[in-house]
Structure formats: C-alpha cells, structure tokens
Design a protein around this ligand. Structure first.
Ligand code: UDP
Length: 263
C-alpha cells in the first residue's frame, strides 16, 4: 500500500490526505484522553466502535438535512470526509446538569435544565479550552455573528434529533460536544457543516433504567467497563456487527439487533 500523507494527528483521530482533492480520511484510534490529555489509556476496539457510531449518527443527521463533512465509511476504523476549515470552537449542548456546568454553577448532577443550553469553548489546548462568550468569538474573529447564529441553530436541531434518537433506545442524552467547519463550493460559496465526530467520547449518555453512564465518564472517573459501555451504545443503535470481543474481556454476548432492521 502506498504511504498516505498524514495531515494531522489529534488525541483520538488521525487525518490523512484523501483520494480526491478536498477530501480526507479520518482514522479512529483506540487512544482515550481526558483532562486535556493528562490522563491517557488505550481501549482496544474503541476506534472501531466510534467510527461506526459516528457514521450512523452523521448519516441519520444528513437524512434530516443537517449538512455534515461525512462522505462514507471506508473500513472498520476509517471514514472519508470532506476537508473543512474548522471553526476553533467546541460547541457544547446541555440538557441535564453534569460535569463542568455542575461544578461552575453549583448544580446537582442529573438536574434537568430549564431549557437546552449552548456553550462555546475556544479550542486551545495550551489554555485548556476556556469557556468563551459570543463577544469573545466575534471580537477575535473566530466566527462572525451570522456564523454563530447558524452554528446555534444547527446545534439545537442536532440536539433535538439526538435526544429523540437516544430516548428511543433507553438512553438520556445529558450533554455533548460538536465542532463545525466551513466548506467552500466551486463558486466559492461557504456553508457551515457539522464536522469531527459524535460518539460516546464526546457525549454524556446515561442509561434511563439504571442511570449507568455509557460514555467517556467511565474513563474519566475510573468506573471501568469503558469498552463494554461503548459496545452497549453501538448495540442499541443497531450498528454492532463487525466488532470482535476486546482482548481479555471474556466472552461478549452479541445480541440480535433490537430494531429488527438489517445492519
Ligand atoms: N467534551 C468533549 N471534549 C472536551 C470537553 C468536553 O467532548 O474537550 C464533552 C464532554 O464529553 C461532555 C460535554 O462536552 O459530553 C460537556 O463537558 P463538560 O464541559 O462538562 O466538561 P468535562 O466535565 O468533560 O471536563
């Protein structure tokens, strides 16, 4: 195989040059990091699960008209995506108090918020991704007021859709983080599209029946069963097909697809 040009390596993904101009290949790694990469581990098979989960969610969002960078899945760990200019913001949507919001405002984890709340964090590892306001974003030129409006509208649509999707499989969508990019067409027209990934790495997902955490908090809080939780999310979404049991985890029951639809 010819060596592919590596464009960028992040904490959970590597981006390679794609087969056509304007495309990239996103390779999902098994690495997990938390607290700005101060805590690290490898969970064998996590990349495969996140690739499948994110593919499924991006495809479903595409079907309801949310523009995304996703083109197609290539293999177990890789997907073909459109190259975009990433807006340097982490857009967090929250439905339920948890994590840094609970800490900052002294809220009890699990309290339903009066309405969905959007927050912006400036993507800067050296600064620990600080919380910023629209004033900072426009003053420093990270995005225009029109772009912020579009990002907020998209984020709320994504949230409404995902809340329902997860509710249908017995999961409470507590909060999640998304990123957006600018995509330019041949005429030079710019569109904002959903980029990066949506997976248990960047969502808080609580089982409705047991309140069990099915997301990266299992790693952050040393709860164990990280891979099993991600597998459970994939299984309920009906996308667990090609994954093999993780090494050393013992037999894993691969239940039939609960939706009854072919995978
Ligand atoms: N999140 C993320 N990447 C980050 C920070 C947060 O994906 O760098 C996600 C996180 O998984 C959660 C949501 O954004 O679903 C809100 O996270 P929060 O601000 O509570 O921060 P945390 O408690 O994770 O530090």
């Amino acid at each position: 195989m010819t060596r592919r040009r590596r464009i960028y390596e992040g904490k959970a993904k590597v981006l390679y040059e794609g087969p056509e101009p304007g495309t990239l290949i996103a390779h999902f790694k098994d690495d997990a990091t938390a607290f700005n990469a101060q805590k690290r581990a490898v969970f064998e098979g996590k990349g495969v699960l996140n690739n499948r989960i994110s593919e499924y969610i991006f495809m479903r969002l595409g079907e309801i008209g949310v523009p995304t960078h996703f083109i197609k899945r290539i293999n177990m760990r890789e997907q073909l995506i459109r190259q975009v200019e990433i807006i340097p913001l982490e857009v967090v949507v929250r439905n339920v108090a948890a994590g840094s919001l609970s800490t900052r405002l002294g809220l009890e984890d699990g309290v339903q918020l009066p309405r969905s709340i959007i927050e912006f964090y400036y993507k800067a590892d050296a600064l620990n991704d600080p919380l910023v306001s629209e004033e900072h974003i426009t003053a420093f030129g990270w995005a225009t007021p029109q772009e912020i409006d579009e990002v907020m509208q998209l984020a709320l649509r994504i949230n409404d859709f995902l809340v329902g999707l997860f509710l249908g499989i017995g999961i409470r969508l507590v909060d999640f983080k998304v990123e957006f990019g600018r995509l330019y067409d041949e005429e030079g027209q710019m569109r904002i599209v959903l980029a990066d990934e949506i997976s248990p790495d960047c969502c808080r997902l609580w089982d409705i029946a047991s309140s069990e955490k099915l997301d990266k908090d299992r790693f952050r809080k040393d709860l164990g069963g990280v891979l099993e939780a991600y597998q459970e999310v994939a299984r309920r979404l009906g996308v667990l097909t090609e994954t093999r049991p993780p090494k050393g985890a013992g037999p894993v029951l691969v239940a039939t697809n609960p939706t009854g639809k072919p995978n």
